[in-house]
Design a protein around this ligand. Structure first.
Ligand code: FES
Length: 116
């Protein structure tokens, strides 16, 4: 295994009512799972590293969701939909170009933990 390229955490079953529509969260989660599989992003021998995905109940944003947090950049996207998931995976995860207009928070690693 060549390591982990990205870890995507989606607040897909929000515990706070203002976080977003759970139905859109569930549809976004399903699209994310499907895309990661279709594009071979979780193949252990992928040269760029694997892409991990986790369904979360809360990512401490709790408004304007569903929200998607991507490590190692520490970038959180708001207003996630299945269509946005598709563009985020292609443009940010594969292409390395975050989509500024949809970013609602940046939480970089502290210096001590930052990757080289
Ligand atoms: S309930 Fe979604 S981030 Fe808190």
């Amino acid at each position: 295994m060549s390591g982990v390229q990205h870890h995507l955490l989606l607040c897909a079953t929000p515990t706070k009512a203002l976080c977003g529509d759970p139905a859109i969260g569930a549809a976004s989660w399903n699209r994310l799972k499907q895309l990661v599989r279709e594009l071979g992003l979780e193949e252990p021998d992928r040269p760029q590293g694997v892409v991990l995905r986790t369904k979360a109940d809360c990512l401490r944003v709790c408004t304007g969701g569903p929200v998607l947090l991507i490590w190692p950049e520490g970038i959180t996207y708001g207003g996630v939909t299945p269509e946005r998931i598709e563009r985020i995976v292609h443009q940010h995860v594969i292409g390395g170009a975050p989509i500024e207009d949809w970013i609602v928070r940046r939480t970089p690693f502290s210096r001590a933990l930052a990757p080289d």
